[in-house]
Design a protein around this ligand. Structure first.
Ligand code: ZN
Length: 77
């Protein structure tokens, strides 16, 4: 099953690249994509990884700011 990575048994996440195409399944641990029949398509690129980390950071920052005062934390840029 594509839902789980056959290399490490972690859950794969469906990533949609185009609306008219089926999603590719990303394993965050192995950092590769598989298609609907569990064939490894390609590795996660450095750019995609950075983009995902950036989105995750944005999400975390937004969550922290909700209902909280803006505070400057030491040691964090
Ligand atoms: Zn994996």
């Amino acid at each position: 099953m594509t839902l789980f990575c056959k290399q490490c048994n972690e859950r794969r996440l469906p990533i949609v690249f185009a609306k008219d195409k089926p999603p590719l399944w990303l394993c965050g641990k192995c950092e590769n994509f598989a298609d609907g029949v569990d064939t490894i398509i390609r590795e996660l690129t450095k750019e995609e990884k950075e983009d995902m980390e950036k989105k995750l950071n944005d999400f975390e920052n937004n969550t922290k700011l909700n209902g909280e005062k803006l505070k400057r934390r030491k040691g964090v840029n």
